[in-house]
Structures are given as structure tokens and as C-alpha cells.
Design a protein around this ligand. Structure first.
Ligand SMILES: *[C@@H]1O[C@H](CO)[C@@H](O)[C@H](O)[C@H]1NC(C)=O
Ligand SMILES: *[C@@H]1O[C@H](CO)[C@@H](O)[C@H](O)[C@H]1NC(C)=O
Length: 391
């Protein structure tokens, strides 16, 4: 029995190590950062031939950096660094261009609505922007949609109907392609102005964009579809930047059934991710959720599913059983003075290697066990003392 306790307490040594996973695992690292895309989103709603409304915003990746004030006809800069490295004059010129665009867009669409077979009420969406790839030419894009379906895009220096968009799209492109000046302006903004602005914006917003915030992780479960099945849920929240690697593991083995949700935004511009695994309830023990993120500097978060509680239950049960036996045996030996030598040697070798277990988590359960451990030690010391007095 004492040997069993020793083994268990030695085993206890690895119940910690939660955040210090071995590095030489050869596991994937969080996806390399995707290139940042800067894009402008314009949504125009047309109720009837005399009523229309436009909303516009600009985004750097998932971060809203600008919006358009439709009343004042001005750019709103939503971040302290939203002006990038453009001068006041350059920004003023851009603002004037956008004023012209928003006004002209509404007027032209209303004028051509009948010819383009746009049926009131309808919505047009335009997404235009660019991205920078290290060592490559910048890429730019402009896509338009009618009622939520792709309609056209701007490629090279002309308008092209989207595949499957039909005669309406061909008709629109045919008309748009007649305006050479507009095509040149669009081309210049997409291929020159946008990448320049984006580079300046990334430089100006560097500290916020590269902000590293560590994730928190916790586990929960919910009954799964079938009887005896369990859905284990690993929640990872509060991290920045967005790329993160989360996997359900058994030891070093990635669990293939791991399902990853969408990375969702928190209100404080950090991210949240939910990763689930459906397992038979009896197989849940020994599973863990592993999180890799750039903010963790290689120290993955590993949370064990019920790992401690099962081990601790076993340990505590063993302790209690042993205790009872020791107490019973002790009082029995105090009364019966036979066979002392054999027992004496057994007890003096009873040293608990507890002091080395500094890695164990300071959880409530663990403190409880520590308390029990010291209680056992005291018991044994007392018992030894009383035995010494006795002899
Ligand atoms: C157009 O729609 C607006 C907003 O719904 C409405 O107030 C207006 O009377 C409509 N005009 C016409 C000509 O139907
Ligand atoms: C802004 O910075 C980018 C990249 O550093 C550069 O290409 C561009 O010319 C700059 N623009 C201005 C107005 O300084």
C-alpha cells in the first residue's frame, strides 16, 4: 500500500506542467499571418426612384479604420493612425473624390435602373481594395453585387461581368466600359493610391496591429447527439492577433474529430474560438485541449479534460483507505507489542516525495490534497513518536 502511495505521488508530479508543454513536438504552429487587406465597403439601398441611401466603411483586415459621414460628406477617421502617412492635402483630395463618387453613383444608378433591369427596392454592394504581399506586386480588386449576388468586377483596366451573372451584368459592363476616364481613375486608385495608403497605414498602426494578447482557455461539455456521447468544448478567448491553433489531443495524438468554429470578435478587439470534440463519455478521460498562439512564446496552453479530478480522486481515495488502515494498525500495534521490528523498518522508509512536486497547479482540489498529505505526515510522525515513547 505504501508503495502504491509513493507511485501515485510520483505520478502526481506530472499532473502540472499545464502551460509548459514540451517544445520538440513537431506540431503545427499558428498559421502564418495572412497579408493584410485594406478594403472599402459601399452598400447602397434604393427604395424607389427618388429615395436611396449609402453606407460606406473602410477596413484593414478585420479592423474598421474609416467610415463615411453621409450627412457631412466627410471621411471619419476611426483610429488615431487612420490617416496613415497621407498629408492633409492628399486626404482632402481623396475626400472630394469620394463626395463626387457617392453623389454621382446614386444619380447614375437611378438614371440607369430601368435599363439595367434593377427592380426596386434593391441593394448594390461594392467592395474594393488592395493587399500587399512581401516581395510581390500589390494586388487590388473591385467587386460589385446586385441583391447580394456577384454582378461584376474590375479587372486590369476594364469592367467584366461575373460568371453566371447573366445579361444584366453584361449590359452594365458594356455601358460602364464606354467611360474611359472613369476606368483610368479607378485603375489609378486601385493600383497606385490604395497600396501606397495601405503601406502607410500598416506602418502607422503597427503597434496596435501587432499587439500580442494572450488567450484564456477553459473547457465545458454538453450532451452530444447520441446516448453515452459527450461533446467536449474548448473555449479560447481574448487573444490577438487572430491566427490561433487549437486541437483536442490524447497525449501527443491530435484528435481527428476536432471541429473548429469560426473565430469570432470580442467587443475589445480580441478574438474568441470554440473547438469541439464528440467522444464516448467513457473515453473523455485523458483528453486535453492544446492552444498555440504567437503571444504564448512557445509555451502552449494545455488543459486536461477531467485529468486532475480522476487522478486526484484516485489519490485521495488511496490516501483515505491507507489512513484508515494506518490508524487501525497503529492503535492495534500500540496495544499489541508483538512483531515491532518488521513494522518499524516499514514505517521509517515511508517518506513522501511531496516537496519536489512544485509543478502541481495551485487549484483548490490540489490544496485539499496537500492538506491531506500534510495531515498524513503529521499522523505518521505522531504515530512514530508514540511508538518511540512506547518502546
Ligand atoms: C420612396 O421611399 C421613401 C422611403 O420609404 C418614401 O418616403 C417616399 O414617399 C417614396 N417615394 C415615392 C415616389 O414612392
Ligand atoms: C507612404 O508610405 C509608403 C510606404 O512606406 C510609400 O510608398 C508612400 O509613398 C508614402 N506616401 C506618402 C504620401 O508619404
Amino acid at each position: 500500500m505504501l508503495l502504491l502511495i509513493l507511485l501515485l505521488f510520483n505520478g502526481f508530479g506530472y499532473c502540472g506542467g499545464s502551460t509548459d508543454a514540451p517544445q520538440a513536438l513537431g506540431l503545427h504552429h499558428p498559421a502564418a499571418e495572412e497579408p493584410l487587406i485594406f478594403h472599402l465597403l459601399h452598400i447602397a439601398s434604393f427604395k424607389n426612384h427618388s429615395w436611396a441611401q449609402s453606407r460606406a466603411s473602410a477596413w484593414l483586415g478585420d479592423l474598421e479604420t474609416h467610415s463615411w459621414d453621409t450627412v457631412l460628406g466627410t471621411i471619419r477617421f476611426l483610429k488615431p493612425w487612420s490617416q496613415g502617412n497621407f498629408s492633409k492635402v492628399e486626404l482632402k483630395n481623396l475626400q472630394a473624390l469620394f463626395q463626387l463618387y457617392f453623389r454621382g453613383f446614386t444619380m447614375e444608378v437611378q438614371a440607369f435602373a430601368h435599363q439595367f433591369q434593377f427592380e426596386y427596392p434593391f441593394e448594390l454592394q461594392i467592395s474594393a481594395g488592395c493587399s500587399l504581399h512581401p516581395g510581390q506586386a500589390p494586388e487590388s480588386f473591385l467587386n460589385g453585387a446586385y441583391q447580394g449576388s456577384d454582378l461584376l468586377s474590375f479587372r486590369g483596366s476594364s469592367w467584366e461581368p461575373s460568371p453566371g451573372a447573366g445579361s444584366r451584368a453584361q449590359n452594365v459592363c458594356e455601358v460602364l466600359n464606354r467611360y474611359q476616364d472613369i476606368k483610368e481613375i479607378v485603375h489609378s486608385i486601385l493600383s497606385d493610391t490604395c497600396p501606397q495608403f495601405l503601406a502607410g497605414l500598416i506602418a502607422a498602426g503597427k503597434s496596435e496591429l501587432e499587439r500580442q494578447v494572450k488567450p484564456e482557455a477553459w473547457l465545458s461539455s454538453s450532451p452530444s447527439s447520441g446516448p453515452g456521447l459527450l461533446q467536449l468544448v474548448c473555449h479560447v478567448s481574448g487573444f490577438h492577433p487572430k491566427p490561433v491553433w487549437v486541437m483536442w489531443m490524447r497525449g501527443e495524438q491530435e484528435q481527428k474529430g476536432t471541429q473548429r468554429g469560426d473565430v469570432l470578435p470580442n467587443a475589445d478587439e480580441t478574438w474568441y474560438l470554440r473547438v469541439t470534440l464528440d467522444v464516448a463519455a467513457v473515453e473523455a478521460a485523458g483528453l486535453s485541449c492544446r492552444v498555440k498562439h504567437s503571444s504564448l512564446g512557445g509555451h502552449d496552453i494545455v488543459i486536461h479534460w477531467g485529468g486532475y479530478s480522476i487522478l486526484l480522486t484516485l489519490v485521495c481515495l488511496t490516501i483515505i483507505v491507507t489512513l484508515v488502515m494506518l490508524v487501525v494498525l497503529g492503535s492495534w500495534y500500540q496495544k499489541q507489542s508483538s512483531n515491532q521490528n518488521a513494522l518499524s523498518s516499514g514505517v521509517s522508509s515511508c517518506t513522501f516525495p511531496l516537496e519536489n512536486n512544485t509543478q502541481c497547479p495551485r487549484s483548490l482540489v490540489h490544496q485539499l490534497c496537500l492538506a491531506q498529505e500534510s495531515w498524513i505526515k503529521n499522523r505518521i510522525l505522531k504515530w512514530k513518536r508514540s511508538r518511540n515513547q512506547f518502546f
